[in-house]
Ligand binder design. Sequence first.
Ligand code: SF4
Length: 222
Amino acid sequence: MTQRPPVWDLTFQHDDVDSKVVAALERLAQAFRVLLWRVGQTHGLSPIQVQFLCYLLYQPKVHRRVSGLAQAFRLTKATVSDAVSALESKGLVRRRPDVSDRRSSVLDLTPDGRRLARRLAAWANTVRDSLSFAGLDEKTSVLNFLMRLIVELQRAGVITVARMCLTCRFFRPDAHPGTPTPHHCALLDRPLGPATLRVDCPEHVGVEVAISMGNPVQRSLV
Ligand code: SF4
């Protein structure tokens, strides 16, 4: 296959939709970085510390370990441990021994950490509020496009953790064909439609990413 010019080569980019999608996603990534940096600066925290506090506020105990943070944010355990130690020294996080695994500890927010995390968790609301220009159908299409992109990036080894229905052992695609909610969750025993597929599910149990662009799951999602 001929090598295409880089995404950032404007003479090529102007006439290439793929490159423009990538460039637009990069602008959005920049917006997230700015928002995280701003909220962190207000509270004397680094962007990753803000993300850790929000993660610990909402994720179940099973994911609240140094190893879980390292996987979710694609960092080394040493880097996570340093950031967690900084949060401990600020009195926002504490480690407690995990009774089910003596080599590991569970990370909990302290009451101060919980209060702060609730305030910090609004950091991405600006982006959500900015979606009001679009209707539900358009947003659902975008959601499905993004989930498929995440699956592809998981396949490529770029994204490690994405607890989405599309990669879940309990996902039953096209279990209810011809209905507005054609899929099914075998764990929750609940029909799922394009708008109710989950992006970050606490009950998710992963399977090998084996969804191809042409299979029935993907076709029915579009
Ligand atoms: S357990 Fe969660 S991720 Fe898995 S299919 Fe059900 S709703 Fe989707």
